[in-house]
Design a protein around this ligand. Structure first.
Ligand code: HEM
Length: 501
């Protein structure tokens, strides 16, 4: 006997040995009745669940959101009801394309997910570190992601596929410009902003709706790695973000972000020369200034990464009264897609897992059985298992209804053709870069496009030309310099090379 706790089976019985199989004689075979050996190996076989189809590599923490400014005239959401109010938050940051073992400091867009455990249920802000995105119709999302993942034959990432796709979707140039700029490799999640990216809505207690963009600005300042710095770092550690974030929080250096909103009155949406529900566009801050809302502080490492971060199921469908969607086509598709992904990745009752279960709100629903139905949810009366019932089971609350939304009655597949307006914002962004930033932008392109065929390069230069002739020229020259320097040519994707020949 020791003073350590007793090792038990999953059924709670004491375990006689955790290192010696039961055999027929000292040199004989293992007996089938050594059930605990089978159990141990069977558990190991089930330790992996499918990784997220995108954003598989991630880092997370727990923290607090504090309201610092009154926005009740825009939203009746309880999270914003009072200055000083605090709400628990679970964050997860991620890269988009890499698998779960990918190196942290790769050039990629970063996911920026926040789960706010509000009194009216969980509000998930599932955004990125960029205010815009590559495409603006969900039909294009699976194809876009395919170009970011591995080629079916080479099993390598394929720059040819990436730029072939982007060249066919010139509206992507705004986001590709950010990706190839300094912001393409933040030093860690603490040194980057988060954006809801889509247009969302807020509504107030009088039923007035406002279109809104969410911004979380880092208080640590922006910091980025160059390609060379990132490559050197990956040679030493693939887990730089996890190390930086975990250690900062353990050492009490809690990262913080200031939350702002941009607000557009509902009737202004039709008055813009751009579509305010187009995810490839930002709203100019001169027209819609940032309004401060609160402070996000991540101040606790979770006790078990798998339980709280791998099991975290974020979904844009998780909104609460006072916060709503918008007609953004991409957002509309995301509202359906995530819960489906969670049911596949985690299981039917994924919302009941500790990471996802509301903490400040009571859960009352009539969904019943299924795998892992480990919670009761019978409202104190087992007869109230259908609705309506005479036993006092929960009923819908009409006060939670969103104000009515006017929509166009003509259903049709309206094309969103590329036009000059798609190049205005990337042009402004390019013009904001100083000479050094432009030089790095061009060099980053050359590193990324090096293996692409001549055809794909030319098609992308044509897109850049529509943004700014200096942009196209800079990228072309950087590529040509790299082509003439044999030592600088990166490892090629063989199929891409074959295609070019
Ligand atoms: C993760 C679908 C666009 C941000 C995911 C996942 C799916 C998905 C299926 C994996 C969920 C999981 O297994 O947990 C889609 C679809 C999109 C889309 C269908 C477009 C139609 C976007 C956009 C953003 C975004 C525009 C940002 C503005 C994220 C983030 C995650 C994620 C941050 C990781 C969430 C986490 O940390 O667990 N997406 N996505 N996605 N997506 Fe999207």
């Amino acid at each position: 006997m020791t003073d350590k706790p007793r090792l038990t089976t999953t059924a709670g019985a004491p375990y006689a040995s955790n290192d010696t199989s039961k055999t027929a004689g000292p040199r004989g075979p293992v007996l089938l009745e050594d059930y605990q050996l089978i159990e141990k190996l069977a558990h190991q076989n089930r330790e992996r669940i499918p990784e997220r189809v995108v954003h598989a590599k991630g880092w997370g923490a727990a923290g607090t959101f504090t309201v610092t400014h009154d926005i009740t005239k825009y939203s009746c959401a309880k999270i914003f009801s009072q200055v000083g109010k605090q709400t628990e938050v679970l964050s997860r940051w991620s890269t988009v394309a890499g698998e779960s073992g990918a190196a942290d400091t790769e050039r990629d867009v970063r996911g920026f997910s926040l789960k706010f455990y509000t009194e009216d249920g969980n509000w998930d802000m599932v955004g990125n570190n960029t205010p815009i995105f590559f495409v603006r119709d969900a039909y294009k999302f699976p194809d876009f992601i395919r170009t970011q993942k591995r080629h079916p034959k080479t099993n390598l990432r394929s720059p040819e596929a990436m730029f072939d796709f982007w060249a066919a979707q010139p509206e992507s140039v705004h986001q590709v410009t950010i990706l190839m700029s300094d912001r393409g490799i933040p030093t860690n999640p603490m040194h980057m902003n988060g954006y809801g990216s889509h247009t969302f809505s807020l509504w107030n207690k009088d039923g007035e709706r406002f279109w809104v963009k969410f911004h979380f600005k880092t208080q640590q300042g922006h910091k980025h790695y160059t390609n060379q710095e990132a490559e050197a770092l990956i040679g030493k550690t693939r887990e730089a973000y996890q190390e930086d974030l975990y250690n900062a929080i353990e050492e009490g250096r809690f990262p913080k972000w200031t939350m702002y909103i941009q607000v557009m009155p509902e009737e202004d949406a039709d008055k813009q020369d751009y579509n305010p529900f187009d995810l490839t566009k930002v709203w100019p801050h001169g027209d819609y200034p940032l309004i401060e809302v609160g402070e996000l502080e991540m101040n606790r490492n979770v006790e078990n990464y798998f339980q709280m971060i791998e099991n975290a199921a974020y979904s844009p469908s998780n909104v609460v009264p006072g916060i709503g969607f918008s007609p953004d086509r991409m957002l509309q598709a995301r509202v359906w897609s995530y819960a489906d992904a969670h049911r596949y990745r985690l299981g039917t009752h994924y919302e009941a897992l500790p990471a996802n279960a509301p903490r400040a709100a009571q859960v009352n629903h009539y969904h019943k059985d299924g795998a892992m139905r480990f919670f009761t949810n019978d409202f104190g009366n087992p007869d109230a298992y259908y609705e309506p019932n005479q036993y006092g089971g929960p009923v819908a609350d009409a006060t939670a209804a969103e104000p009515p939304l006017k929509i166009d009655p003509e259903a049709y597949r309206y094309p969103q053709e590329v036009s000059d307006i798609d190049f205005v914002q990337p042009r402004k962004l390019f013009e904001m870069f100083d000479a050094d930033q432009k030089a790095r932008l061009f060099a980053n392109y050359a590193a990324a496009m090096g293996p692409c065929s001549k055809e794909v390069k030319e098609r992308w230069y044509a897109v850049l030309e529509r943004v700014h002739p200096d942009y196209a020229r800079g990228v072309r020259e950087a590529n040509e310099r790299m082509d003439s320097d044999v030592n600088a040519v990166p490892v090629t994707d063989k199929t891409a090379t074959e295609a070019a020949e």
